[in-house]
Structure formats: structure tokens, C-alpha cells
Write a protein that binds this ligand. Sequence first.
Ligand SMILES: O=C(O)/C=C/c1cccc(O)c1O
Ligand code: FE2
Length: 312
Amino acid sequence: MSNIKIKCLSHTPLRGLNDPGSHVVAEVDSVIAKARAEVEHFDPELIVIFAPDHYNGLFYDLMPPFVIATAADSVGDYKTLLGALSVPKELALEMARFILDKDLDIAISHRLQVDHGCTQTLEEMTGSLTKYPVIPIIINSVAPPFGPYRRIRKLGEAVGQFLAQLNKRVLILGTGGLSHEPPVPLLSGAPDDIANFLIAGRNPTPEARAARQARTIAAGKIYGTSESNLTPLNTDWDQYFMDLLVQGQLDEIDDFKIEEISKTAGRSTHEIRTWVATFSALAAVKKPYSARQDYYRPINEWIAGYGVLSAE
Ligand SMILES: O=C(O)/C=C/c1cccc(O)c1O
Ligand SMILES: [Fe+2]
């Protein structure tokens, strides 16, 4: 039987680019340093990371609800590292077969580009893209329409069942969320140039990437003020959601209403789908699990309801 530990963390590409006050930066730095020390102590033999993509690797020319990578390269957006991740190809393929055998459809990429949604948390928890073997599983959380939350639970459970039989120390990471709405465009109603980007905008020019990043930084400077038309952070919603996970009430998430969450907590809140998958993977092999909330703070400068949960 494997020894499985999990961590879910918000991510934000604005870390180091539009920081809040230094005491908040120091507080988050210390939370991350502690989590990383725990990971190092655990010394995982395998990491599985459930992550979203933000129109860097996956576009509407073919948008899969779930995709497992047998090889992955970081695009190095914002301040993240560029380069290949250490993906164990055969094991990733075996996991994909196992998931398909559980009646779940998952796409397979033999050359996936991943962005800060995957790499920031991997870097924060391990200091590198390559220190440990890692299998990325991307869950569409940013490009509507989305499947229901109960499908995410089933995906997580299948992954947990697969990992349980490996007899390894396995760390599962979930990255993204909580409440937030960065200026990521929507396909519906988009002008032609934006629609073209959302459909097939892979490998943008350095100028296009810089312009995108400048737009996000500008949005961060006014987020949460009356000048911003983006849905603000929602601390009540964030705490409600984290409590459900910590208390093991995963069945209550099955019927989450997608449109309602977008309106209440922001369109990118659906990155919590990665947290749901992570906790469901653990719940499939350990009931009851033991979970704790390590941190929470709403941070407008980072466009992030910023939280950290751990469980085993
Ligand atoms: O995709 C982008 O360019 C920006 C994404 C973003 C911005 C702020 C908070 C986040 O969690 C993001 O993913
Ligand atoms: Fe994100």
C-alpha cells in the first residue's frame, strides 16, 4: 500500500511582480517554506499534480476536460522556470489506462506544454521542475464549458486507487483557486483576434506574452477596488469550501453549480477542481483522512484567495 500525502495551494503569477505589503509576502514565504520542508522530509518517490492550464498548452482547437501528460515542458510564463519536467512516461501511460478502465475519458498528451498553473506550485514545493518524477494531470478549469464537479471526484478517486497499489511514497498536489477572477478572456462574444488566440494561440511571440503579463499586473493593481470590473475575492466562500475539504464532506461538492460559483467567487475559482480531485484521490484510499488548513488570506494584489491545505 502506498503512503499518500496531499497538499493544495493557490497559485498566482503575480508573486514577485505585484506584491502586497512585505509582512504578507514574508508570511506566505514562511508558509511555503514550511510546506516545502515537509515535502523534503517525506521525500516522495512520485508526485502527481492536478493543475489547470490558462491558454498556454490547451486551446479551443481541441479542449479536453482532463489530460494526462507522459511528457511535459514548462512554457516559463511570468516568473516560472522554463524547461522539461521529469515525467515517468510508462507510469503515466499505465495510469491513463487504469483511468480509462474505470469508465472515465482522459486525453493523453505525449508532449504537453504546461504553465504557471502547474509549475509554480511544483517549484514552490520542490525548488525545481525535475527533482522528483512528476505526472501532470490537467483539469480544464478556465475554459468553459466544464463538466460537473462529480466527474472531478470520480477522476480523483480513480487516480487514488491507481496510486494506492504502487507501494510508493506519493505526494499529490492540487494547484489554483480559491476565489479569484484574473483578466482571462472568454471565447463567448470575443472579438476575432481574441477568439483566434483562445482557439489556437500556442507559442505566442515574446511581445504578445509580455503584453498579456502587463495586462494581468495592471489588473492586480486595481483588483478589489471600485475601479475593477472583475468579480472580487470572497473570503466566506473560500472558507466554506476549505471547510468541506478539511471535514471530508466531498459529496457536498458533487452538485456545485458552476455558473453560481463563477458569479459568487469569480470565473477562475473553478481551479478548485484540482483541489477536489486531490482530496478525492486521498479519500479513495484513506477514510477518514486527517486534514488541516495551513493558511488563508485574501490577497488582492495577487488576485488570489490564497490558501494552503494539507492532508494524509
Ligand atoms: O493566465 C494568466 O495570464 C494569468 C493567470 C492568473 C492571474 C492571477 C491569479 C491566478 O491564479 C492566475 O492563474
Ligand atoms: Fe490560475
